[in-house]
Ligand binder design. Sequence first.
Ligand code: UDP
Ligand code: MG
Length: 159
Amino acid sequence: MGNLARADTHNPEEREGEMNRTLAIVKPDAVGSGKAGKILAHLEKAGFTIKAMKMTRLTQLQAGRFYEVHRERPFFDSLLAFMTSGPCLPVVLEAEGAIPRLRETIGATDPVEAAPGTIRALYAENKERNAIHGSDSDENAAREIAFFFSDQEVLELSG
Ligand code: UDP
Ligand code: MG
């Protein structure tokens, strides 16, 4: 293997075929309308293994911290009202190439733009109430998993 190839595979998280983890949240719209089970089944069919899961209801403070990056966006207050409106279901998922695979499986933010057969195309109500969250990068997946789960909670269930 040449230097160039080694440099390309330096970060184990970026290696092709590597098993890794990402965070999904079944959002309050989907939990409230009884779609959580179908969405979890869809994720398993798409090749993900559920490694950890809990039902929780976010406080304003927690939702604000989770979506910190969107604080200045016009939809921020409405997003927080939605995300705190009822229980949600954070789930740690494992698969090969988990982060891009989940984004592909959930589809575009707005269900009108989501590819047919994706979770948002099937189950989202609109661009805000869009059924599911998926981490968008390795760095955010690690941050978002740690936001909801202790190492113990994820590791205990591995193997
Ligand atoms: N959102 C919204 N209006 C917008 C864009 C986003 O209500 O114009 C909400 C929506 O619930 C979305 C979340 O804010 O899932 C986070 O936005 P982001 O752009 O990160 O979309 P995602 O990564 O979830 O596809
Ligand atoms: Mg996002």
